[in-house]
Design a protein around this ligand. Sequence first.
Ligand SMILES: Cc1cc2nc3c(=O)[nH]c(=O)nc-3n(C[C@H](O)[C@H](O)[C@H](O)COP(=O)(O)OP(=O)(O)OC[C@H]3O[C@@H](n4cnc5c(N)ncnc54)[C@H](O)[C@@H]3O)c2cc1C
Length: 343
Amino acid sequence: MSNLKVTVVGAGVVGLSTACAFQRAFPNADLTVVAADIDSGIVSYVAAGYLSPTVAKMPTSDLAVLGKWTAASSEHYRAIATSADSDAAGVGISPLCELSDKPNAEEPFFAPYVFSCRRLTDEQLDYLLPNARSAGIATGFQAVTVYAQGSRYLPYLMHNLRSGGRVTVRREKLNSLAEAAHGGCHLLFNCTGLGASKLCSDPDVYPSRGQVVRVHAPMQKLALHGPGAFYVLPNRDDVVIGGTAGAGSFDLNVSETDTEDIMTRAYQILPALRTARILGAHVGLRPYRRGGSRLEVDRGLLDGLPVVHNYCHGANGVGLSWGSAVHAVELATEALRSGRPRM
Ligand SMILES: Cc1cc2nc3c(=O)[nH]c(=O)nc-3n(C[C@H](O)[C@H](O)[C@H](O)COP(=O)(O)OP(=O)(O)OC[C@H]3O[C@@H](n4cnc5c(N)ncnc54)[C@H](O)[C@@H]3O)c2cc1C
């Protein structure tokens, strides 16, 4: 029997996580990663990469599945953050205030899956953030969660992948998934984010434009995540301040007006940021899909070849990437068990 050959299309955080998770399960397989963009320039590099999925931004309405992804991701990042790899991987543990403009906000979805999460009393909210109420914040939860900074975490995944087994990486913009399978493979993972719209003719895929400002603010250790796409999220090398959410917009240009709005709101809630040096503004397109993320085996697309779709995790793709990758590999394992297609 020929050696197991598997192709992963996409080298964002979802594609690389899926490739790494597959390699762990099948260390002797021949893996090929094909992607148009392999380093910066993709949304996975723009994100602050916090694990804090909330009900408002669920990538799937199946809460059992989402819980499984959140738990697996949380444990994966915790293990890296508490190892000697933490610095190189840009993966850390961070205190986070989840803020709401609703007086009786429910406990966030992620609460059971992170190290701790408790409701702040009014006094505690005022103590930590004396300017929050005047900016419309009514309640908050204080949690301890994990994050992965894309500019370090993606090269870390790629390094692990290349040193973990037989891996070929090809930079190529595809017009169809069939092009990626060309040359033969037993299974293909489709992790192309917004690219899935064209590659598998998915009419439900759409972007949500997000702009952030990165600042140098080493004194800012507390992460804030609030309503209206407001957040201040410390990473390994800088602090990410956001943001915007423009459903349907493909505009990748930085808007000076957005930068001004983002910083004005941040200064209002955290005046300490006024002295922070602005390093730059960045725009990314979050991959969304009406009906939620797609994670399933599809045998109808490429003549019986199992295609495992794993795309469109919206505003939570970095945080949930490891959990969704493990799930995709479980589906792939079942598909391979039920018989390898002939090449
Ligand atoms: C401002 C902002 C802040 C965010 N903050 C967070 C956060 O704090 N936490 C969090 O979890 N998430 C966050 N996100 C969301 C997160 O960035 C995304 O969900 C995630 O990066 C998506 O990863 P992906 O691998 O699916 O897609 P991508 O990173 O877009 O990767 C897709 C890959 O597919 C390839 N591809 C696509 N089409 C083709 C083709 N035709 N041929 C070949 N290759 C192709 C691309 O080249 C690329 O390699 C944020 C997003 C934004 C914009």
